[in-house]
Design a protein. Structure first.
Length: 543
């Protein structure tokens, strides 16, 4: 064939897959790590405190459902996480790379989410969207094999071979990625993947808003009878029902989806829900039996709640939810007369609301924030993000918002806003502070479940309806997820985001960034394995 007739086929979509089996077996090649992989069963303390995912009800229910798997503590429980990043570090470059990581939960708390024990399994060179199942095929096939057929593995701590099985406990994702892996769209009128079709939503001020948090109150609570203070209606409904995995699978089996591609077709007219596709994870024999399959990422929830709340109480242009459209929406509904547009003059104007800080007080608040000093390593220099003259914040990262919400906000506003506004904000700050602790008490989680309902109901009486985005609503589900899965630091995106930052630095060839990332990761895993062996030998020598 001549060079003129020769054609070179270049793949439009590229996926790199790194098998799990050899890396899971590697965990048992060192006496030290092989012993740590049994920590969740042999070293746990059974009390009211949750220190590890093994203390959560989801883990315990899995053990009761699959006693043969639970009988051998060496069987691996995995978490999966995926997220996208721009490997070029250029904002105007339309490209994203999506790695999928696996991390074993068998390890003790001080090792569980360390990068040394994370495993990249899939690297996708584009935003997969609804087509993510195409890329997940090799991973799901290997996970099915590890559950059904297992793999023979040598345990260095006992000097014997054993049969290793693996199960995925849940996934960890931000809200857009949650939609990809769960198959439930996190946009529109049914964006909440927990309430599903029973969520209370409506169109207000040009956007979909999520209300109805009085449904979680006791049946005889006085707020259920109030109407003008809320959305103009009394509340007679119970909280949304919980759907089991088997019920969801049965529902999905009644739907017809396109096999591939981003365009989903439904051939049956009764499919009115937010399903976009049937997730491939349901091919795993145990997936429908899990109490919790996908986690709401507390990191992004807290960041979005902070942006909405602070943007509104500081009345920051472009960030506040107290807009002219929001005020006109209240007028149309005939509620909250004190927030209606002022029409005393020829032109209607929006007066500053009682829940917003006055201009002079705003400068005082921003000066206070810029004056606070934190210990090294506790937080970044938040003062550099404060624009006192502009009356706003710029460039706050997720962890900055985490510190701000829990430490600075309740102190800074306590004398600048009415007491009825300050109290629920302080309660919200305490909610996140207790929820994100490294150890959780079950009794505290039951109290937080009550407190967050109180906060959201009080917010409904204070802020316009446009204030209640999907991120504000999903807070009501966070304490329940903590009871199921334990402390959130095993189920949020902070360690994943840090890992993505390191991967971004490894890109050398911008023409093929995935090659640089894979090369850097393989080299990193090799060095990590050598470090594990050296650490194990040093431990044996000291013993």
């Amino acid at each position: 064939m001549t060079s003129q007739n020769r054609t070179t086929k270049i793949p439009q979509k590229v996926m790199r897959y790194l098998p799990l089996k050899p890396r899971l077996q590697r965990l048992y090649m060192s006496t030290h790590t092989a012993t740590d992989m049994r920590w969740h069963k042999e070293k746990q303390v059974d009390d009211d405190v949750m220190r590890h995912p093994a203390d959560g009800e989801a883990w315990k229910e899995f053990d009761r459902t699959f006693p043969e798997f639970a009988a051998d503590p060496r069987n691996v429980r995995l978490g999966l996480a995926n997220d996208g990043f721009n490997p070029y570090g250029v904002l105007n470059q339309h490209h994203s790379t999506w790695p999928i990581f696996a991390f074993p939960y068998n390890l003790p708390p001080w090792k569980c989410m360390k990068k040394e024990y994370m495993m990249m399994t899939v690297l996708i060179t584009e935003d997969p969207g609804r087509s993510i199942d195409v890329y997940l095929r090799p991973l799901v096939d290997e996970l099915k094999d590890l559950w059904t057929n297992s793999v023979r593995t040598y345990d260095k701590s006992t000097g014997r071979m054993f049969t290793l099985r693996v199960a995925v406990m849940w996934t960890v994702n931000d809200f857009p990625a949650y939609a990809m892996v769960s198959g439930w769209s996190t946009k529109g009128y049914m964006a909440c993947p927990v309430c599903t079709e029973d969520v209370t939503s409506g169109w207000h001020a040009g956007k979909v808003c999520y209300l109805g948090h009085r449904r979680w109150l006791p049946w005889d609570h006085e707020w259920r009878e109030k109407d003008k203070e809320f959305d103009g209606n009394t509340e007679r409904r119970l909280k949304p029902r919980e759907w089991s995995g088997d019920e969801i699978l049965e529902q999905l089996n009644r739907l017809d989806f396109a096999s591939f591609g981003k365009t989903v077709s439904r051939t049956r007219p009764s499919t009115h829900l937010n399903w976009t596709h049937k997730p491939m994870f349901f091919e795993l024999p145990y997936w429908s039996k899990l109490n919790l399959r996908h986690n709401l990422d507390v990191m992004h929830v807290e960041k979005n709640v902070f942006d909405t709340l602070v943007g509104t109480i500081l009345d920051i242009e472009g960030k506040t939810k107290d807009t002219i459209k929001a005020r006109l929406d209240l007028e149309r509904m005939g509620i909250r007369r004190g927030l209606w547009m002022n029409r005393d003059s020829n032109k209607a104007r929006r007066d500053l609301a009682f829940f917003s800080i006055k201009p002079n007080d705003k400068k005082e608040f921003l000066k206070f924030v810029s004056s606070v000093k934190f210990p090294d390593g506790y937080a970044s220099n938040i003062a550099s993000s404060v624009n006192v003259d502009g009356g706003k914040f710029t460039g706050l990262k997720s962890h900055d918002c985490h510190v701000f919400m829990q430490r600075l906000l309740p102190v800074g506003i306590r004398h600048l806003l009415p007491e009825d506004v300050v109290k629920p904000i302080m309660l919200l700050s305490r909610f996140f502070s207790q929820l994100t602790a490294k150890t959780l008490r079950r009794t505290d989680m039951f109290q937080l479940r009550h407190d967050i309902v109180q906060v959201l109901c009080k917010f409904e009486m204070i802020f316009p309806l446009a204030f209640f985005t999907s991120m504000m609503h999903v807070m009501v589900h966070l304490p329940e997820e903590a009871l199921l899965a334990g402390p959130v630091n095993y189920r949020w995106m902070y360690p994943i985001e840090r890992l993505l930052g390191e991967l971004k630095k490894s890109v050398r060839n911008r023409a093929k960034p995935e090659g640089s990332i894979i090369e850097a990761w393989v080299q990193y895993e090799s060095l990590t394995f050598c470090g594990m062996i050296v650490a194990a030998k040093n431990h044996q020598h000291r013993s």
